[in-house]
Design a protein around this ligand. Structure first.
Ligand SMILES: *Cc1c(COP(=O)(O)O)cnc(C)c1O
Length: 374
């Protein structure tokens, strides 16, 4: 098998036998001839040539047997969860999930008769203590949002196997450049490809990858849920994945440099970045990640998140993450606002916390912008 950057460029590419072009041809059809064809091709069946091409690249990059591409990260998450869960089942979710996923649990699971618990921390012991007789699935996210806590992938995979339940991870924050959870025994990996995979803040997409037998079941549910991606966006996603390794490597470097800068700055009280030796999950992160990613968070001394962000000139206070431009947000005023002051306190989200997504700019310009805002 080729090395990772080579697979970013080449894995899954459709061979253009008609014109010998170097890129995958784009198949926009929603109607395909069916006589003398083995299977029916249709975009919602997740089986057009472009869907298969991108899925094959993602499977290769995640070291997974098989993958599917969806119209958004939430389409991937909801399809995976509803594939394996039904009335009377129980799920364990790790503490510190993406806001949209939390909203999904709150709103959708109970009304379908699905129970769940959220673990008290990221530790495998706390996750294990939530297991019940009817638990079907464990769902984790590492590094977590927005405190960048680290979950031990091998530990969770081991306990899931022992309990006979399916292990699922949202790997969006790390990207496959930095972390390939299937190699540690996790069954299914999910991505919001809107973030590092798309990488240019201009497409909405999702993906799931994992064991072939499980992906086959997800495929059958996916047909019914209809969250397939269109040909033009598939083309952009394939194009973006070819440069993902160099984008993310630069982003890793910038995030590391910024984390060190912030850690030694007198105007900052806390820095959460798994690449720092001071981070409680640094040891585990060093074992399971090849880079520490582009996400960090920090607390500004004596200034709430909104007033700090108003002073920034280059860095844009914005939602989302994983693009070329550095952006930041204030979780207390955005993703975690609905929790209220008490709820935020129990989650460790202060008014001063800033979540930061490092881009590919020159890091000196980023430091200068933060410096003047402080
Ligand atoms: C953005 C995001 C999602 C949801 O993805 P969409 O593409 O917006 O549907 C899920 N998980 C994480 C960690 C995310 O950052």
């Amino acid at each position: 098998m080729h090395r990772f950057p080579t697979r970013c460029v080449h894995a899954g590419t459709i061979r253009d036998d008609v014109k010998k072009g170097i890129n995958s041809p784009i198949y926009t059809s929603t109607s395909f001839a069916f006589i003398d064809q083995e299977d029916t091709v249709y975009p919602r069946y997740l089986n057009t040539p472009n869907e298969r091409a991108v899925a094959e690249k993602i499977a290769s990059l995640e070291d997974a047997e098989s993958a599917l591409v969806f119209s958004s990260g939430m389409a991937a998450i909801s399809t995976v969860l509803f594939t394996f869960l039904g009335k009377g089942d129980h799920v364990v979710f790790q503490k510190g999930l993406y806001g949209g996923t939390t909203h999904f649990l709150d709103r959708e699971l109970n009304r379908f008769g699905i129970e769940y618990d959220i673990s008290a921390s990221q530790s495998p012991e706390d996750i294990e203590s939530c297991l019940k007789e009817n638990t079907r699935l464990i769902y984790i996210e590492t590094p977590s949002n927005p405190l960048l806590r680290i979950t031990d992938l091998e530990g969770v995979a081991r306990l899931a196997r022992k309990a006979g339940v399916i292990s699922v991870i949202d790997n969006t924050f790390a990207s496959p450049v930095n972390q390939q959870p299937c190699r540690f025994g996790i069954d299914i990996v999910i991505h919001s490809a809107t973030k590092y995979m798309g990488g240019h803040s201009d497409i909405l997409a999702g993906a799931a990858a994992g064991k072939r037998s499980l992906m086959e079941e997800i495929y059958q549910t996916g047909l019914n849920f209809g969250g397939a991606l269109n040909a033009m966006t598939l083309y952009l996603l394939e194009r973006s994945l070819k440069t993902m390794h160099i984008r993310v490597e630069r982003i890793n470097q910038n995030a590391m440099e910024l984390a060190r800068f912030l850690e030694s700055h007198p105007g900052i009280s806390t820095v959460n970045y798994p690449g720092l030796a001071s981070h409680p999950g640094h040891g585990i992160a060093s074992r399971q990640m090849t880079g520490f990613g582009g996400m960090l968070s920090f607390e500004v001394k004596g200034q709430d998140g909104i007033s700090f962000q108003r002073k920034l000139k280059l860095i844009k206070p914005s939602m989302s993450l994983g693009g070329l431009e550095s952006i930041c947000s204030s979780p207390a005023h955005t993703s975690h606002r609905h929790l209220g002051p008490e709820g935020r306190k129990s989650e460790g989200i202060s008014e001063e916390l800033i979540r930061f997504s490092a881009g590919i700019e020159d890091v000196e310009d980023l430091k200068a912008d933060i410096e003047q805002a402080l």
